[in-house]
Design a protein. Structure first.
Lengths: 352, 325, 299
């Protein structure tokens, strides 16, 4: 058969729902909304819950019922399942929107320039928000992040290297241990540092004590993400290095780690995001100062989460406003880290 | 007839690693072992510091309900520390969190894996990951100011209509800061991890089985029921247990929405309860001497509890991923 | 003894391999013997399937171009051709499995009993009940027993049957598996051998009484003994339905099919070069490319 000139044919998707096919479902949903209003008006049910619940039940029933009438029982069940799955996802989505919205709308009210230039040394938490600021908390958090990084990143990356490159006889067990460590509650991390360092060593409540506590939480995250990333480096690269006669150390240092550079950076960022907002460990280890403290090794230190905590606990409207504004700053920090991690690492890396 | 010569014994392959490699391997191995050391130290120190309390209270520490330190007029201190009520509270709140959070997570994971169009999926996956990054104190603030009033209203409804079910009953209609509220906040906090694990498992469902179901004329739900659930059920259980571990250890988020009372309370709608983690925070500020040691002992209990749950969970999840049933 | 029966007596070790360059005349002999061995005057049953102007795309990639084929009821048609020329894509357009790939698009019509299965308002799950499929890798449901596997199609479609055990036995007998599993219907499907699992999958597809059975290289993952048994099954099944089988194995095509269609891609979209009665395709193909392929000059 010789090739003849065939008029170009356009690709189509006959299975994709056309507007005409989607229309009945939309009409049914509108009908369900109307019915919801009517029912709420005539029965004693009221409140957002009533609306939401009724709309869900009626909308699902209408659409599933129509599918069932058209195509039989299995189509009805399938339609029900679709609706319920969608609703589940929507219910997961809503709290996040609510959290973001509440934080921004409440926190914005307290934003002012001096927030970032003053501390709470001269102001009390009950003073109006325009007095005092969170500079001390910001500095404290930055100290904590930096010191935790210094402790956790080498520790985490080297552990990941042990698990992926050396694969010694204890690997399976160490893997298990790292996973167990990632489950340690933040309270326990704080208590441990208190029980060990603060009680028994010259290190008292200070930024470095807090950083040690945070490191316990950060190391497993860095390790796990680094491990994922190192495993993605194709083995061919390692074999090429070995074939060239390089020692394992040279291969890892000059070939493997640079190849995984972006991913390792992501691992660090995710680790930082994990601990930036942690409160509980700090309550036992840094003392929650209201004053700027440039010395990370001695004396109480402030931190953003503790600032928020104090504001919340005091309970006056002004202090609560401080808490919201503080958490807004913290949230912005976390979001920036989150976006950075995505940029460097792509979608494959999880945050926890 | 030629006899086949027997195969020679395999040679032992050895190599003498260079010094730089020996240092490298030694360093890396050392650091690798450090995690084990840290974990052991945590358990050790907490147990040590709390040892006095354990010795004094004995098993009563776990079962006792009261937490008090009474100093008589002559200066004699009698301590009576028991985390029993808090342990029950921990389990109760975690149960509420699981009952609400796991079904939502599984539904969300199903939706994302099998129903969602590509763009919605990308957005939702980012949203779920973002949820995991939120600081717990944010959940605490939001939980207290936004979620609690709503949940109190729901609790009122549950009380009004479903009071005949014992767990929904309450001595008084006092719904503020109840285990129910705390459980709801925790439910939202465990959704990211349970959803992530479930999604990973569902995504690994063998494609050939999925195709077999569809080729037999199955609807999407029919396929999910026949292929996905048998394959992924144990993995989802593992994910739920990871969520449980998180729920056990969560502190600041539930502290604000929980009214900590040292009395056993099984009525989840009633505003009285507590969990071990929040109790530690509550009492820490004013604790001295013996009470501090008792709190450290409580920390040890919490450590062991979460360790066990997490170990079990990880084993289950790993086994499902490996076996591919 | 005809060459066909001759082959059935060969031990697996002496079986002809896929790579052996058998002359096309030998294949033609086999095909001729087959059509001679069929009972005369057999009235074909089942349903006619017709593909008209089928194109398939994956995103922008045009994978299949203008394939038109007629599958008469009660016949077995083999689709042959080198890897990657669109045979599997084509047969997946026949039972609407192609659309599961998110980037998939198509053009053309597929008529079952005169009605386009892609027409608006068609219930695709019902279509798949009438056009069944057996895959290359046997895929029984491991969480179900053997008996449950056979009936799984009924359960999924919520079809009521009066006598489940009779249907189960009938399907397993038609698939050639009954004698081997009749005492262990309650055992898990995972314990069967590859060939047994594939026959179980065939039995499973039969339970919903399809009019057409599509088979995508059903024997390529199996040992020669199982292959021969399944080819026997295909021959018997063809008496009551239409069968379309994709195969890399020309000898298999010669053994089991009435008609053969040759697919080829020259780097662009795959297309169907030639179709005809199997013995003619192998003995006097009209297109030079077909001749080259069946003589083993490439592929």
């Amino acid at each position: 058969m010789t090739t003849t000139n065939i008029a170009p044919v356009a690709p189509t998707k006959p299975w994709a729902p056309t507007p005409a096919e989607v229309l009945p479902s939309i009409l049914l949903l509108i009908g369900a909304a109307v019915a919801t209003y009517v029912i709420v008006a005539i029965t004693p049910m009221k409140g957002k819950l009533a609306y939401a619940f009724l709309f869900f039940v009626l909308g699902t029933a209408f659409i599933a019922g129509r599918n069932g009438l058209l195509r039989g029982r299995s189509a009805l069940v399938d339609s029900l399942a679709s609706s319920i799955a969608f609703t589940g996802a929507a219910l997961v989505f809503l709290p996040v929107v609510s959290i973001l919205w509440t934080t921004v709308s409440n926190g914005v009210k307290g934003l002012h320039w001096t927030l970032f230039t003053e501390t709470m040394f001269t102001a009390s938490f009950s003073d109006p928000i325009s007095k005092g600021g969170l500079l001390h908390a910001l500095v404290g958090t930055l100290y904590l992040i930096f010191i935790s990084m210094v402790i956790s990143v080498p520790m985490g990356v080297l552990t990941a290297l042990y698990l992926t490159e050396i694969k010694g006889p204890g690997s399976g067990f160490i893997q298990f241990v790292v996973q167990a460590m990632s489950g340690v509650p933040s309270v326990v991390a704080g208590l441990f540092i208190f029980a060990s360092l603060i009680i028994a060593t010259p290190i008292k409540a200070s930024a470095i004590a807090g950083a040690f506590a945070l490191s316990i939480l950060m190391i497993p995250t860095v390790t796990r993400t680094s491990q994922e990333v190192l495993l993605l480096v194709p083995n061919d690269l390692r074999e090429a290095g070995q074939a060239l006669g390089a020692t394992q150390w040279k291969t890892v240092a000059t070939i493997v780690v640079p190849a995984a550079r972006n991913g390792l950076l992501t691992a660090v960022i995710l680790g930082v995001a994990r601990i930036a907002g942690e409160t509980a460990p700090l309550l036992f280890t840094i003392g929650g100062s209201d004053n700027l403290n440039w010395n990370p090794f001695k004396n109480y230190q402030g931190a953003l989460p503790v600032y928020v905590w104090k504001g919340l606990l005091l309970g006056t409207p002004e202090s609560i406003q401080r808490a919201w504004t503080g958490i807004l700053v913290l949230l912005v920090l976390v979001l920036v880290l989150f976006v950075l991690a995505r940029v460097f690492g792509g979608r494959r890396i999880k945050t926890k | 007839m030629i006899e086949k010569p027997s195969a020679p014994a395999p040679r032992e392959i050895t190599t003498k690693p260079r010094l730089s490699d020996r240092i490298f391997r030694g360093t890396v191995t050392g650091f690798g072992m450090l995690s084990l050391v840290i974990l052991t130290l945590i358990g050790l120190f907490l147990a040590l510091r709390g040892f006095q309390t354990f010795r004094h209270e004995g098993f009563h520490f776990l079962t006792g309900v009261k937490w008090e330190s009474v100093t008589s007029e002559s200066g004699v201190i009698t301590n009576n520390f028991g985390v029993g009520a808090m342990l029950i509270g921990t389990v109760l709140i975690a149960t509420v969190a699981l009952v609400v959070g796991v079904p939502l997570s599984v539904l969300c994971a199903l939706y994302l894996t099998f129903y969602a169009p590509e763009r919605i999926k990308k957005i939702m996956v980012s949203v779920v990951d973002l949820m995991a990054a939120f600081p717990s104190i944010l959940y605490g603030l939001w939980g207290f100011f936004v979620l609690m009033p709503m949940v109190q209203y729901w609790a009122g409804l549950l009380f009004k209509y479903l009071r005949w079910i014992p767990v929904f009953n309450a001595p008084q209609p006092f719904f503020e800061r109840s285990p129910f509220v705390a459980g709801m906040v925790l439910a939202i906090m465990i959704i990211p991890i349970v959803t992530s694990v479930s999604r990973e498992i569902f995504a690994q469902t063998p494609l050939d089985r999925i195709q077999a179901a569809y080729a037999l004329g199955a609807t999407r739900w029919g396929m999910i029921k026949t292929v996905v659930f048998p394959f992924g059920s144990s993995g989802v259980v593992g994910g739920a247990m990871l969520g449980l571990g998180r729920a056990f250890g969560e502190t600041v988020a539930v502290f604000t929405v929980l009214n900590i009372v040292f009395k056993v309370n099984l009525h989840i709608l009633y505003g009285s309860g507590g969990n071990v983690a929040s109790m530690i925070i509550l009492k820490w500020g004013e604790a001295v001497g013996d009470e501090t040691k008792a709190l450290l002992a409580a920390g040890f209990i919490l450590f062991v509890l979460t360790l066990l749950v997490n170990m079990a969970a990880n084993t289950i999840v790993k086994r499902t991923m490996k076996s591919g049933k | 003894m005809s060459p066909v029966e001759d082959m059935n007596n060969e031990t697996p070790g002496e079986y002809m391999s896929i790579d052996s360059k058998v002359s096309s005349s030998a294949l033609a002999d086999v095909a001729n013997a087959r059509s001679a061995a069929r009972e005369p005057g057999r009235a074909p049953m089942g349903s006619g399937l017709e593909a008209r102007g089928i194109h398939a795309w994956f995103g922008k990639h045009h994978a299949l171009e203008n394939v038109s084929l007629d599958f008469a009821s009660g016949t077995v048609t083999a689709l042959i051709g080198p890897s990657g020329c669109g045979k599997s894509t084509f047969i997946r357009t026949l039972n609407r499995m192609h659309e599961f790939i998110p980037s998939a698009a198509m053009a053309g019509e597929v008529l079952l009993d005169g009605k386009d299965i892609y027409a608006k308002g068609t219930d695709v799950t019902k279509i798949r009940l009438q056009i069944g499929m057996v895959f290359q890798k046997p895929n029984p449901f491991p969480s179900m027993t053997i008996g449950e596997n056979v009936l799984s199609g009924l359960k999924l479609a919520q079809l009521k049957v009066d006598n489940k055990e009779d249907l189960m036995q009938e399907c397993l007998e038609r698939a050639g598996l009954w004698n081997e599993v009749k005492d262990r219907l309650g055992a898990h499907a995972g314990g069967l051998s590859g060939g047994q699992q594939q026959r179980l999958c065939i039995a499973r597809s039969l339970a919903v009484k399809p009019k057409v059975l599509l088979m995508d290289e059903p024997c390529s993952a199996l040992d020669p003994g199982s292959t021969l048994r399944i080819e026997d099954t295909i021959g018997q099944l063809a008496q009551s339905m239409t069968i379309i089988i994709v195969t890399h194995n020309m000898q298999q095509a010669a053994r089991v099919s009435d008609y053969t269609a040759f697919f080829l891609s020259d780097g662009g979209p795959g297309s169907m070069i030639e179709v005809g009665p199997t013995n003619e395709i192998f003995s006097r193909p009209r297109d030079q490319r077909t001749e080259n392929y069946v003589s083993g000059r490439f592929g």
